[in-house]
Design a protein. Sequence first.
Length: 175
Amino acid sequence: MQGSAVVENDMVMIQGYLSDVPDGTELELRTWDNSRKTDRVDFNIFNQISNNFEPTNCVIKGNTDYYRVKLGFNNDSDNNIDTINSLTINNYPNPFNPETTISFNNPQTGKVSLSVYNIKGQLVKALLDDEAIAGPHSVVWNGKDNRGKSVASGIYFTKIKTGTSTQTKKMLLMK
């Protein structure tokens, strides 16, 4: 798994996909700079029982779909889950062909609308328009419109709306 992000004073969702990793493997995060020097990064894992991020080893379990991870230990006062309870949306792979998985974090239980639009702002595909519980979710878009026809290569936007928030993410379909 590899990925990168540059963030200042904000949160970022880093998506990683693991395959063929045996149960019991310990997750390790590393950073590197232009000199290719690497450093191990300390991180906290979200404990659903205590509702806090806690320093612990992250051991991969086959039945776990995701991990909530917080990097660094600079400010223990913001350990509460409220720091990550915001609407977020991402997709992988991007660019994609023929399908992409759209992942989102719903901050609170309620109605969620997830749709795909073309570059002209026209609705291409309604993926979700229903109640969704708080937490992470994912939906696969197969590159087809509401009529079941494959769409052309190009830029598309996935838009998510909840009762209080809206976010948009750009996607690129390459055939």
